[in-house]
Design a protein around this ligand. Structure first.
Ligand SMILES: [Fe+2]
Length: 399
């Protein structure tokens, strides 16, 4: 099908950090690569789940074989990048005299490492005032050498210059940006993802899908991001069901890892939209894992966004899913994108609704959730304006 006319702002920027190395087993190059970046003594950031599953060890073993010194392993990271854990991670880095850091984990680990690196660079001990500033671009300088090994194929935050931190006191998720916070090198080793349980594989994969879809329809859409996001959708529709049902299929794991990174390169530049805004609120108040919250909200927000100015973009999304929409009328073609997402969710076993997490249906009880979603920075990039009552009805539809 032909690429539709695109009405994007006459000016956009494209951020293209970091370098990426992809190969099954690429972790074996860690010593050489960190030496290139000038790091000699590494602090490894990970979590206990990855330590217990032996995934952290897959990287630690390669550090041991290399000339890179291991200063210590910080494995206290919990679900979501929490401010108190970020502070503890930076204090750990200083205590063990590290001069570089290596993140081995999913979004929570990588975002914690990104935030800790900012804190280390600032010389401060508490990330809260920095998180409250949100945009940390003024006078920003490069941070400590940082290599990321994603262990999920979903968040893509090894490449984005933003992170989402959980303010546990305010029960809110805050987006913080810094031009050098992402890794200097993203080492994409799909062997690190083969032990990921099917459920987590499924919902982290849908996080990547949500990044791609929201990027293409966002108010920040532009052609470079389109190229990456559309191909991410092709890869996800082909390989996510395989990765869920055949966890050790390295081709599927590798393709999902690339899709995740590509979708993140796209949304890191265009931003996302209402799915992410509503999902962040669900994560902050009800602890729903990010990818799962996205999976629950995605079809409903897509339906809401089927406005005239975006029908061609949804047709393009349906086409990338492999659906024959070239000759269909615009509205019908765009609806196929929603059908495609629902079909994928069923295939990979994501049938949860908000009811499963105790989210209320009472209007007053929903108010804290609604306020958080309405204040989320991503909602402004949604292609259709979202009022508070629209948020309420989206949450109710997802019940
Ligand atoms: Fe996301």
């Amino acid at each position: 099908m032909k690429y539709p006319d695109i009405a994007f702002e006459p000016l956009f920027t494209w951020v293209n950090r970091p370098r990426i190395l992809f190969s099954p087993g690429v972790r074996r190059e860690i010593g050489f690569e960190m030496a290139q970046l000038g790091g000699k003594r590494a602090a490894v950031f990970t979590d206990k789940g990855l330590v217990n599953a032996g995934v952290a060890e897959m990287v630690l073993a390669e550090i041991e074989k290399s000339d890179l010194e291991l200063a210590g392993v910080f494995d206290e990271i919990l679900q979501d990048a929490r401010i108190e854990v970020i502070n503890a991670g930076a204090a750990f880095y200083r205590r063990v005299n590290a001069d570089c850091l290596i993140a081995v984990g999913g979004g929570s680990v990588m975002d914690t490492a990104k935030a800790a690196n900012i804190l280390i660079g600032s010389g401060d001990e508490d990330f809260q005032p920095l998180a409250d500033q949100a945009g940390l671009w003024e006078n920003a300088t490069p941070l400590k050498p940082h290599i990321a090994f994603p262990t999920t194929a979903g968040t893509g935050c090894e490449v984005t210059s933003a992170m989402v931190v959980l303010d546990t006191k305010a029960r809110a998720k805050l987006s913080v940006t810094h031009p050098y916070c992402n890794s200097d090198l993203a080492m994409l080793d799909p062997e690190l993802t083969v032990r990921l349980p099917p459920k987590v594989t499924a919902f982290t994969g849908v996080d990547a899908l949500t990044h791609a879809i929201e990027s293409i329809v966002s108010t920040g859409a532009e052609p470079i991001a389109d190229a990456l996001a559309l191909h991410a959708i092709r890869l996800i529709f082909k390989y996510l069901p395989v990765a869920v049902h055949e966890p050790e299929n390295i081709d599927a794991r590798g393709s999902m890892m690339l899709a995740s990174t590509m979708a993140a390169m796209a949304f890191g530049n265009t931003m996302t939209g209402a799915v992410h805004a509503l999902a962040h609120a669900l994560g902050a108040i009800y602890g729903i894992p990010h990818g799962l919250a996205n999976a629950i909200m995605l079809p409903h927000v897509m339906e809401y966004n089927l406005i005239d100015e975006r029908l061609d973009r949804f047709r393009m999304i349906a086409d990338a899913m492999g659906i024959e929409v070239g000759n269909m009328e615009a509205k019908a073609a765009s609806e196929e994108a929603v059908v495609g997402v629902k079909g994928l969710l069923a295939t990979i076993g994501l049938t949860e609704t908000l009811k499963d997490f105790g989210v209320p249906t009472d209007r007053d009880e929903l108010q804290p959730l609604v306020e958080l979603a309405a204040a989320d920075g991503q909602i402004g990039y949604n292609p259709r304006y979202v009022e508070e009552e629209d948020i309420v009805s989206l949450y109710l539809q997802a019940h």
